[in-house]
Design a protein around this ligand. Sequence first.
Ligand SMILES: [Zn+2]
Length: 414
Amino acid sequence: MQRNSYRIVSYKVKHNYDVKNFLSSYRYLLQKAIDVIWDNIEWKKKGKRLIPLIPKSKEFKRSLRNCLLKNWNYASHYVDSAIKTAYSILNSWKRNYLKGRRRVKPVVKRKFVRVKETLYVYRNDKIRVTVKPREVYLEFDLTKVWFKKRVEGCDLGELILKEDELIITFRKPHTPPNPSKKIAWDLNLLSMDSFCDRGWIKFDLKPLYTLHITYENKRRRIQRLSKTKPKTAKKLMEKYSKRYRNRVRDFLHKLTTEIAENFKDYEHGFEDLEKQGMFTKRKTHNRVISKQNWKQIIALMSYKANVRLLDPRNSIKTCPRCGGKMKHRKGQVLECRCGLVINRQLNASINLYLRMWGFPSSMRVWEEFILPILRRSGVTLKGDETDDLLPMNPEGAEVDVSQGGRMSIKDYVR
Ligand SMILES: [Zn+2]
């Protein structure tokens, strides 16, 4: 899957306009849109379950629009923006519902307005937002903003108006990938391993692992405390969870920025984790948490670089030299009947690298394509023997992994 060739970056500008009434009206409008669509959902019986069918016909949308336009005193384009937002909220609700989560009707809590491109003009470094046509406009001066250099030549996207700030999104084009530069990533508990024309490159994930351990220990201690002092425990838990989430997010951001900058015009190949579940049956607690981190890494990377998702089938145990099935030897080392003895992570990233090029595992490819890279970069095949299967959660406490990094404007709005 090739992602779009630009990424969305956003910046904030503070403002002093009094937009309270406007924001409240918009929140009411959006909620009304959700309510009307909600009331028209058809529940279809499928076995024991009820499947919601969200109304999408042209007629329905037209009558919804007309209904919302009544009593709406601002530009009518906001009605369209609210309808679009309502649909995206309900579609995401439906996905969650089908997974067995979230059954109640979504309620809009935050005050914001999505300002589509049809509702503002950008000229001479100034944004002019229409609130009421020919009556009320808001102007934002970008001539002196600190991020000016960073967004030079970028197109403006959607705006989000809040009570005291305006969030401006820009479409920033990716550096197009150089067709001769590819890097394949194998994600592990303690490291990210990659293979490319520069050889075998590892990025350390131990600090992330340490964060998880530290948090679990703190959490367990607080749980003990909650028996005697529930209120204090609750407060402490909130404080630590927040700090933990921020640290994880921070680590992942720094890591992916560093990788994206180090391999700027490369195409980055990652295993498609959604498909991976079908082939690997291990579902230990450690894997669940690291899988969550891996998902975040891939999401952040696709936002900072050119990412391609790869078929994960047989990437771990196939021999890149003869195509045979490899056996576990000792520690992190695999061996094959053909005589190849190789580190497990290096092996996986070479297999993924070959997949990116569309090359089969064969003696010729191995000798003419892979070996020269290994020789040039001075990689030994067995690598260092770190053990990546440390017990992370010996007592089996549960960790909330639902709080991922927020990275797109869509996530922001929900
Ligand atoms: Zn072999």
